[in-house]
Design a protein around this ligand. Structure first.
Ligand code: T46
Length: 184
């Protein structure tokens, strides 16, 4: 498995080894031992799948309390995937990094607890699968506006398709400190 650094020290990108033969291909979506070699020992307790049309933007979401670490992949299609460090005492607070995930590059993006996550679908049909280190807790569901000028995320779209919830998420400056994650 190849490891690629990203613009945030704690967010890593993995490329699995692909085994191809005349039937097709096989690769590991997740292997605890491989991640442990890179100092990670996430205990995944929930797996999610979403399907999005081109131009759909989901995010930026996080949970607090009960923060979720996520290992995210695109099984089919292509997406521009973003992580934002929201840990209020992190030196990278408010900084973001983005990667392109696709069924073709099979890249797996590790986003630790305390980060907001979002993506925009770049292809017509994006099948998104990800593992989480904490279960969904609706009362802890939180988020920040995708187009927050203080984050200045360089999204490759200007008018994405958003849920009503995502279009009314708060700006970072308006989120009280108690609603922001602390460094684990
Ligand atoms: C996240 C989640 C949602 N739901 C229910 C709640 C809603 O009735 C429905 C759709 O939820 P939502 O609109 O929040 O789905 P997304 O916009 O894809 O949210 C996700 O988008 C970004 C990219 C993320 O990283 C998060 O995992 C997650 O927030 O599924 C559940 O039952 N369990 C869950 O874990």
């Amino acid at each position: 498995m190849k490891v690629i650094a990203t613009g945030l020290a704690d967010c890593l990108l993995f490329e699995p080894r692909v085994f191809s033969d005349d039937r097709g291909e096989f690769f590991e979506a997740f292997n605890h031992d491989r991640l442990r070699e890179h100092g990670l020992q996430p205990a995944f307790v929930q797996g999610n799948v979403s399907r999005s049309r081109r131009g759909v933007l989901r995010g930026l979401h996080y949970q607090w309390p009960q923060p979720q670490g996520k290992l995210v992949t695109v099984l089919e299609g292509e997406a521009f995937d973003v992580a934002v460090d929201l840990r209020r005492d992190s030196p990278d607070f408010g900084r973001w990094t983005a990667v392109v995930l696709s069924g073709r590059n099979r890249r797996q993006f590790w986003i630790p607890e305390g980060h907001a996550h979002g993506f925009v679908a770049l292809s017509e049909d994006v099948l998104f699968g990800y593992l989480c280190t904490a279960t969904y807790l609706p009362t802890a569901d939180a988020g920040v506006r995708w187009d927050d000028a203080t984050l200045a995320i360089d999204w490759p779209v200007s008018a994405p398709l958003l849920s009503a919830k995502d279009s009314t998420l708060p700006f970072l400056a308006d989120i009280p400190a108690v609603r922001l994650p602390a460094v684990a």
